[in-house]
Structure formats: structure tokens, C-alpha cells
Design a binder for this molecule. Structure first.
Ligand code: KG4
Ligand code: ZN
Length: 339
């Protein structure tokens, strides 16, 4: 009998619902929340309210898109954490209610594990090239920056992670200083295309092992701009493309230096990127180059699967379902949640 998983994601500012049948994605919809743009960052209370408004209509649309009825669903998978507590609470409560109403099991999902498992989603009418284990995944998002050793679907170990800001945070905070608005990552990416990545040199942090640090870069970028603007108040406007390209280049170099180290140390030759920052065109190119350099198989998700989505929640739910790993109805959402 087929296994049909309904996935629900509400950890930050995207409400998303998806259906996966026997590991194949049937439907996925994301309702983004434009409201946060005017505040320059995600406002938790507004995010929770928007999730509440979006979640029921999204389930309705996704069920229709998938060509199933709610009664066909084998289990409901929801993001338990990490994320914004109020936002997680909406998805968690909805999933629990639906699980009781349909009398179907509940599966709790770690959002980070889900970002990694995006690589194992099969797509209809496509040649699916799936990674083999072990795999090394560079997980880069707005809240996390980690090198993950993936031994099996549900067996992952963090080899290195940021000791302060995440890579996405570095993009977003520096973009804010440049007056580019929120979220800044995609805007820096766009403006970088016509800039010179070597126009300005920003120093890279010295961190031991496979850990990362981005807070120093953010501060030195700010001081650099303040100095330049004392001489020329229009410095940012006149150099915006070169500034974006140089900053992006530095962030990518910091990421690639450690990823290269991890690949060499472990000898693993299946490498992947995931998380929102994996949408970055420079990073996608750099990891492709790294794969060629180290003769590794490279896995890069389609762009729409890098940022938050429920397809990754549903596929993780599918693997947990096969193991019989279900949640009880008393599980609370968790703002922090280790692997
Ligand atoms: O995974 P995600 O959607 O949410 C979290 O779990 O954090 O990642 C969002 C992050 C934001 O920091 C956003 O600026 C960044 O991903 N991002 C990008 C790009 N697209 C999204 N950063 C750089 N270049 C992009 N094209
Ligand atoms: Zn995420």
C-alpha cells in the first residue's frame, strides 16, 4: 500500500504544505509573507498570524493539486523546530488537530534535517539523481551554517558550525547596512552579477577546526563603509555592485574553505548544499567548481527547494514513517532543537 505524507512547515516566515507519495513529490505550495519587508526583518507575532490565515487554504489547494483527498493521507508530518516558537506553534497545533480528526499518526520533524533531506525527494516525470551515503552537506540558511555528515536518512552528525552569525544573517545584515531591505541575500546576489568580486578585500575570520564565524565580517564591512563615506557620502551608491560582489565573494570563500577541508578530512565524495543561501548563484557555481577540483559528485537543489518548503518536511516524514517513528500529541514545538 502507498504511503502518503502531508507535510506542514511554519518555522519562520513561509507557510508551506506539501504531499509526498512513496517518496515522490505530488504537490507543494508556499505562502510567503511580504508583510515583514517593511519592518526590515521577520516580526514573530505577524508571522504567527499570517501562518494562521494561510494554513487552511494552503492544505485545501495542495490536496487538490496532489489529486488526493484528506482521507488518503497516511500520516501528518510537521516542523517541530528549530524556529520561531509562535510560528511553530501554529503548524504544530494544526497538525495535531488534523491528526486527531483524521485518526492518522503524527510525525515531528527537525527543520534542519529536512533541509538536508531535500536531496532525496523524487520528482514526477524526471530522471531522479539521488546522492549515496555517506554525504557531506553544507547547510546554509538564515539561522544556521553547518557542515553535516549524513550517514543515513535519519543519522546525521554536525562536523562544524557557526560560532556566531549564520551565513544568511551575514548577507541580510550587510544588505541592511547597504540600504537594500529584507531579505538581503537575494538582492546582494542580483547586484553581484555585474560587480567585481575582487574590487574590495575583506578579511576572513580565523576559527579552529571546521567551525565558521561571520560576525567579524559584518562589523568590518560596517566600519569599512563608514570610513569610505566620510570621504565620499555617495560611496555606497557609486560602488553598490562591486560592494555586493566583493562581500558575496568573501562569504563564499569562508564557506568553501571549510567545506573543502571537511571533504578532504573525511574523504567523502558525495557533496551537497542546502538551505536558503544555497539559492545563491555564486555559491552554486563555487560548489560545482569544488566538486570538479576534488572529483566529487555534487548535489545542488533546484532554487525553490533551497528556501523553506514543506516538500522537505514531507520527505523527512516519509523516512520516519517507514521506521515507525511517530510523535505523541503532547510534544511541544521547540525554538531550539538539536539533530
Ligand atoms: O532556509 P531559509 O529559507 O530560512 C531559514 O531557515 O533561515 O533561508 C533564508 C535565508 C535568508 O537569510 C536569505 O537572505 C537567504 O536565505 N537567501 C539568500 C539567497 N536567497 C535566500 N542568500 C544569498 N543569496 C540568495 N540568492
Ligand atoms: Zn530553513
Amino acid at each position: 500500500m502507498s504511503v502518503i505524507i502531508l507535510g506542514i512547515e511554519s518555522s519562520c516566515d513561509d507557510t508551506s504544505v506539501a504531499v509526498v507519495k512513496d517518496g515522490v513529490l505530488l504537490a507543494n505550495q508556499v505562502a510567503g509573507q511580504k508583510i515583514h519587508e517593511r519592518y526590515g526583518g521577520v516580526v514573530p507575532e505577524l508571522a504567527s498570524r499570517a501562518h494562521q490565515e494561510n494554513i487552511v487554504p494552503l492544505v485545501d489547494v495542495v490536496i487538490k493539486d496532489a489529486g488526493i483527498s484528506l482521507n488518503d493521507v497516511s500520516a501528518i508530518a510537521f516542523t517541530r523546530g528549530p524556529g520561531l516558537l509562535g510560528a511553530l506553534l501554529v503548524g504544530t497545533s494544526f497538525a495535531k488537530g488534523l491528526s486527531i480528526a483524521l485518526n492518522r499518526p503524527l510525525i515531528d520533524i527537525n527543520h534542519l534535517q529536512a533541509h538536508v533531506l531535500v536531496h532525496f525527494i523524487k520528482h514526477l516525470n524526471q530522471q531522479n539523481r539521488l546522492p549515496e551515503f555517506p554525504m557531506l552537506c553544507l547547510l546554509v540558511s538564515g539561522g544556521h551554517t553547518q557542515i553535516v555528515l549524513v550517514k543515513d536518512y535519519l543519522d546525521m552528525v554536525i562536523l562544524g558550525q557557526t560560532i556566531d552569525d549564520a551565513a544568511g544573517e551575514a548577507f541580510d545584515k550587510c544588505a541592511k547596512v547597504l540600504g537594500l531591505g529584507y531579505p538581503g541575500g537575494p538582492k546582494i546576489d542580483e547586484l553581484s552579477r555585474t560587480g567585481n568580486p575582487k574590487a574590495f578585500l575583506f578579511s576572513k575570520p580565523k576559527v579552529s577546526g571546521l567551525d565558521f564565524s561571520f560576525s567579524g565580517l559584518k562589523t568590518s564591512f560596517l566600519y569599512f563603509l563608514q570610513d569610505k563615506m566620510k570621504e565620499n557620502p555617495d560611496f555606497i551608491n557609486q560602488n553598490i555592485n562591486d560592494l555586493c560582489a566583493s562581500l558575496q565573494h568573501t562569504i563564499i570563500e569562508i564557506l568553501m574553505d571549510n567545506f573543502r577541508k571537511a571533504i578532504k578530512e573525511t574523504g567523502i565524495r558525495n557533496i551537497a548544499i542546502s538551505g536558503g543561501v544555497a539559492a545563491n548563484s555564486g555559491l552554486r557555481e563555487a560548489v560545482g567548481e569544488l566538486g570538479k577540483e576534488l572529483h566529487a559528485q555534487v548535489f545542488i537543489p533546484e532554487k525553490w527547494l533551497t528556501t523553506d518548503n514543506a516538500a522537505m518536511v514531507a520527505i523527512t516524514g516519509y523516512f520516519k514513517y517507514l521506521k515507525g517513528d511517530f510523535a505523541t500529541h503532547d510534544l511541544p514545538p521547540l525554538a531550539r532543537m538539536p539533530f
